[in-house]
Design a protein. Structure first.
Length: 628
């Protein structure tokens, strides 16, 4: 300690000047006591920690953590000092005190390890007691780089146990649900409704679609409820496979509910199902939040009486007052936008005479297979990994925004060739808070720059009827350029559109960019996606744009998105608490997942008594979330 004094510079503060022979800095305290000041006498040796910033007299730390040390210059502590994430009202010192008390208790009464030695030994994982002691109080010679990255063997031991607990909770949920009786849907007399529907389609199903349908058909024939996830890239034809399942349900005398995350996607599904089933006498009703009271009442009556065989809607489908006469199949599109609770609430709507409906979950966000087996351990997984014939990969380029004029010329050229284009903006109106182009302003500017083209605008604030009218005109080819917000991310199918321009692409995530890009390339003409960005780019934004330019593979994009965003947002589990890991990270610890799955199988077959206490340790009562 070189100098310590109380100063009055706008407010009372304690300033302490310290040095170690290589330099000096100031410790600044705005809140301090007399005893604290007395303990800072000249010559006192301190060990301090904090964020260094530039102050009026050079480098300084405001309210550092510090500790007085003895006279030895190289005095060290027995352990490294932990830095815990804090919550309001709890300080570092208090958390360290509490963890210290817990560790002392641990030393006197060993914590029970619920993972059997037969699981731990082949993996060469340390004992739980040693891992807990190490991660809270690492020795001075611990590898701090490994600790900071979360890959130290002691941390991996805890991550493995947490991943195992979550895997077991989902497997138990699956087993519990499958114990419930369901309805077996047998095929009707030849030619069946499914066969007649498939023959009526104006295209042939791909091998991947047929494979997925065979897996679904096998599940539907069972007397236990189907729990199946169908995942595939944008445009792979998941909805047609879902329609086959709805036809089988109708053939067996049951209703189907199709739940979509947005009104636009629900309306798109409604149009597709109506067109496909128009010749088969399968009455359909829509149930969304924007329906008029009269239309809603009619829909509710038709569902309750069984007059409506297929119900398509948003989360309004599982709200109170919605009753089905005989719901046998629940189809959920874009599962990651709902979460497990909402999916299972809709399942409860189908409870009839103690039996439950089948569940078919669809997602256009491909998930790496190992992760899917972990995150969706309560579901069987079907993958549609083949696009319909005639689709051409979309070419993607990234351009800085000052090259906008070149993009306008490109749009003019595409429309002269009788093609159509999208221009996507993230906002509807100009915002002072976000430095982004507004859709309305952009539409006006493009209409002025391209007077020979028909330019229209669509956004989420428009009335459904108005929005539908614009989309219908675009699909009919009466609109050349559609300026839109991200409402067109899903549910829009216009094969003649061959150019997609995405404004402020640096602000969007990979999954959203990939979904938007999937609006083009739906025909046989080569299509292009232009990512307009505003400099300077952050490192993450630069990486996102690079990924989009380098691949059209939804599974690879999903993997990179997972690395950049983490699993919670992608899997839709933040609202359920399911994948809120304390120690583990699904990306960093992905190499542990195969061993976690093997350990879960072993514990369920040979150590079932250990599962409940393991789940209580890591999840509390979370394993019960599946029973609404």
């Amino acid at each position: 300690m070189l100098l310590c004094e109380v100063a009055f510079r706008g407010r009372r503060q304690l300033l302490c000047r310290i040095g170690d022979g290589s330099g000096s800095l100031t410790l600044r305290f705005f809140h301090f006591s007399g005893s604290q000041q007395q303990g800072m006498a000249r010559g006192t040796r301190l060990r301090c920690f904090g964020e260094i910033r530039r102050g009026p007299g050079g480098p300084e730390i405001v309210h550092p953590e510090y500790r007085r040390v003895g006279g030895e210059v190289n005095a060290t502590e027995d352990t490294l000092t932990p830095i815990y994430p804090l919550t309001e009202g709890v300080q570092q010192g208090r958390l360290r005190q509490l963890t210290g008390m817990a560790l002392r208790e641990l030393s006197q009464r060993a914590v029970r390890d619920w993972i059997p030695p037969a699981v731990l030994q082949p993996l060469d994982l340390p004992p739980l007691h040693a891992a807990l002691d190490f991660v809270h109080r690492p020795p001075p010679d611990a590898n701090t780089e490994l600790l900071a990255s979360g890959r130290h063997p002691m941390q991996r031991r805890l991550a493995f146990e947490e991943l195992l607990a979550h895997q077991l909770s989902l497997r138990l949920l699956r087993r519990e649900i499958q114990r419930d009786p369901g309805w077996g849907f047998a095929a009707g007399n030849a030619p069946s409704l499914v066969a007649r529907f498939a023959d009526s389609l104006p295209f042939d199903l791909t091998r991947a679609q047929l494979r997925a349908w065979q897996e679904i058909e096998r599940d539907l024939a069972q007397s236990s409820p189907m729990l199946r996830l169908v995942q595939g890239d944008v445009g792979c034809g998941k909805t047609v496979v879902a329609a086959l399942a709805a036809a089988r349900a109708a053939e067996a005398g049951f209703q189907t509910a199709v739940m979509a995350p947005t009104e636009l996607l629900a309306e798109q599904h409604g149009r597709n199902f109506s067109n496909w089933f128009a010749a088969f006498d399968l009455p359909l009703t829509m149930l969304t939040g924007k329906r008029t009271a009269a239309a809603r009442n009619r829909a509710l009556a038709d569902l309750a009486s069984g007059a409506a065989k297929i119900a398509i809607g948003t989360h309004a489908l599982f709200q109170e007052g919605v009753e089905f006469e005989r719901l046998g199949l629940v189809i959920v599109d874009e599962q990651h936008r709902f979460g497990v609770h909402q999916r299972l609430l809709l399942r409860e709507k189908g409870r009839l005479s103690g039996r439950f409906p089948h569940q078919l979950i669809m997602t256009a966000t491909p998930i790496p297979r190992t992760l899917a087996m972990t995150a969706y351990a309560d579901l069987d997984v079907s993958i549609i990994d083949e696009l319909p014939p005639g689709r051409t990969p979309v070419k993607t380029v990234a351009l800085i925004e000052n090259r906008r004029d070149e993009v306008v010329v490109r749009i003019r050229d595409a429309c002269r060739q009788k093609r159509q284009a999208y221009w996507v903006c993230p906002l509807v109106e100009e915002s002072d808070q976000l430095n982004a182009q507004a859709a309305e302003e952009t539409a006006a500017a493009l209409a002025e720059a391209l007077p020979e083209l028909t330019v229209a605008l669509v956004h989420g604030r428009m009335a459904s009827r108005e929005k539908d009218a614009v989309m219908a005109r675009f699909k009919e080819g009466k609109i050349d350029l559609l300026v839109a917000t991200t409402v067109i991310e899903v549910g829009v199918d216009v094969p003649n559109a061959s150019l997609m321009v995405i404004e402020n692409a640096e602000r969007m995530g990979l999954a959203q960019l990939h979904q938007l890009r999937g609006r083009v390339g739906r025909g046989s003409t080569e299509s292009t996606c232009v990512l307009l960005y505003r400099a300077p780019l952050t490192e993450v934004a630069r990486e996102r744009l690079g990924v989009m330019r380098s691949t059209n593979d939804g599974f690879e994009i999903s993997r990179r998105d997972l690395e950049l965003r983490g699993p919670g947002e992608m899997l839709g589990t933040r609202q359920t608490g399911l994948m809120q890991m304390r120690v583990a990270d699904l990306v960093r610890d992905a190499d542990l997942l195969p061993q976690v799955q093997q350990a879960a199988e072993l514990m369920m077959s040979e150590n079932a008594a250990n599962i409940a206490p393991l789940l209580r340790r890591w999840i509390g009562q979370g394993e019960r979330f599946g029973k609404v």
